[in-house]
Design a protein. Sequence first.
Length: 189
Amino acid sequence: MGAVKLILASGSPRRKTLLTGTGVDFEIIESGIPEIRHQDESAGDFALRIAREKALSVSVRFPDTVVLAADTTVECDGVILGKPEDAADARRMLCMLSGKTHTVVTAFALARAGTIVESSPVNSRVTFRRLACAEINAYIATGEPLDKAGAYGIQDAGAGFIVHVEGSHDNVMGLPVSEVLAALRRIGV
């Protein structure tokens, strides 16, 4: 990495794991930016705006570093699914995803000195098998879906719901690693 320092503006354990696996040195400083969607904002626009806001929020405090931020959202049948509010919301989301193909959008942004230097949304398509009510309830009882967009994690027990992924597996986990590494190289990190 040379003299350039990288900050991951995320408390997501999945993003930390994915970035650690690349061998890039970084530290974590959460942005604290609320993830509130504007009315009529598309999944891609929402994820990109939040990723950019997170990166800028941390970048203005650490202008000599490169800040990486990301945000993930799920879209199914025109409905945008963020993180569930509670178990009932998780159940609603998983029932909606059952037997269907949906889009996972993870947008990332890189900022330096309070300016966005790279940002992009990345899409993956995920197909779920039909889910029985009992398995949805058992999954929710684990607590796993409560901090994940769309109420599931591809890297955990939720992987058993998936029959097909078109696009990046890492993107569905919350960080499109290949695209992020290419962007970091372009800006000299």
